[in-house]
Design a protein around this ligand. Structure first.
Ligand SMILES: *Cc1c(COP(=O)(O)O)cnc(C)c1O
Length: 376
């Protein structure tokens, strides 16, 4: 049985079974809770080792990490950034923080990520390349970045994405907020774009309370990311000199301490998530009209949030399923409202979003905490 003894089965609750208390207590005992202390450096080093990406820069949350990635990718005011309409609002917000414009792209049913063939046809139609830069012929704005998002931990088809990015001279920034522990053909998600962002929010696979990280294989971009996320202060014994407008986006030491303890348990968390996902896959395998979302071929998903997709014949039952499950204290959630339907983004450019719309109307996230695996 999947049901734990607790009253309410949450969508995703954190697990603290390791050294969390020791490391956090050490921060408090020594007074190093904030901008200095050993855990931030340690957490960054451990992230580099784990992901195989050369550099990791810890930040106060995933949205801040995305914001800095976009700045460093060269996104300027009035540029367009291609993002999936089927994503969490942070993806669009980070674009807006740069005074840039989100341009919404359709997704595909298999991976829940960007549909790259459809994107290619679309860009071929609406863009022109001038001096190796991509311009939207309809809005006359530059399209600078394409930002794939690995939905619920399922990797986007990165080979095809990189091909499209190259063809249209777009910089790739990966929104890997949901995909720590997910691999595309053996490469950790976030390791194929110029830059990428992870999130360690309380509901993600591992948590630092609130937190995020920028990943990049480019050493000079990494140094710059560290600089601008820490108020752009020039190193000096006592002087306060700052050489540009910086951000106070650093991760506090106490959060990094939590992160170090969580990272130690990540392999075990991922194993349990896989046990749970396999159990769900089996349980739904002969349910008519329901597809359990499994990892794409040649990929390893972290199965952050398990999801099922209702066949079009049963989409009208979605509200009923949500109210029945939540009424029985089993937390389930629908997909995010498509970003182009949110008031503040409703006038942004968008391609045909029929598949994102179809996924959005049939998708249900189901309980995914690793504690559920112990009851299987
Ligand atoms: C969680 C998430 C973020 C942002 O993370 P925060 O740490 O909550 O700021 C960004 N994008 C996606 C797709 C996410 O799921």
């Amino acid at each position: 049985m999947l049901l734990p003894t607790e009253d309410l089965v949450l969508l995703h609750s954190p697990t603290f079974n390791g050294n969390e208390w020791n490391y956090v207590k050490e921060c408090i005992d020594t007074g190093w809770v904030s901008s200095a202390g050993k855990y931030v450096d340690l957490f960054e080093k451990k992230l580099e080792e784990y992901t195989g990406v050369k550099r990791a820069i810890a930040t106060c949350n995933g949205t801040a990490a995305l914001h800095i990635c976009l700045i460093m990718a060269g996104v300027n005011r009035n540029d367009e950034v291609l993002i999936p309409a089927l994503s969490f609002v942070a993806s669009a917000n980070a674009v807006k923080y740069c005074d840039a414009i989100p341009h919404f792209i359709d997704s595909e049913e298999a991976t829940l990520g960007l549909d790259l063939e459809k994107l290619d046809v679309y860009l071929n139609d609406i863009t022109e390349i001038i001096n190796e830069e991509c311009f939207n012929k309809q809005t006359r704005r530059r399209i600078k970045v394409v930002m794939p998002m690995h939905t619920f931990g399922h990797p986007v088809r990165m080979d095809e994405l990189l091909k499209v990015a190259k063809k249209y001279h777009l910089v790739v920034v990966e929104d890997a907020a949901e995909s720590i522990g997910s691999y595309y053909k053996g490469t950790h998600t976030g390791g194929l774009g110029l830059l990428s962002a992870l999130s360690f929010n309380g509901n993600k696979t591992i948590t630092t309370g609130g937190g995020g990280a920028i990943l990049t294989n480019d050493e000079s971009l990494a140094d710059l990311a560290k600089h601008i996320t820490t108020t752009a202060k020039l190193p000096h014994k006592w002087e306060y000199n700052h050489d540009r407008v910086g951000y106070n986006y650093r991760m506090p030491n106490i959060n990094a301490a939590l992160g170090c303890a969580q990272l130690e348990q990540l392999p075990e968390f991922l194993e349990k998530k896989r046990v749970l996902a396999n159990r769900y896959a089996e349980a739904f395998s002969n349910v008519d009209g329901v597809r359990f979302i499994s990892e794409p071929i040649n990929c390893k998903s972290n199965y952050w949030l398990n999801a099922i997709l209702l066949d079009e014949r049963y989409v009208s039952e979605l509200e009923k399923i949500l109210s029945m499950t939540n009424g029985s204290k089993i937390m389930t959630r629908p997909a995010w409202t498509l970003l182009n339907r949110l008031t503040m983004y409703s006038s942004c450019p968008a391609m045909d979003l029929s598949i994102a719309s179809k996924i959005g109307s049939g998708l249900i996230n189901i309980p995914s905490s690793i504690t559920l695996a112990k009851n299987i």
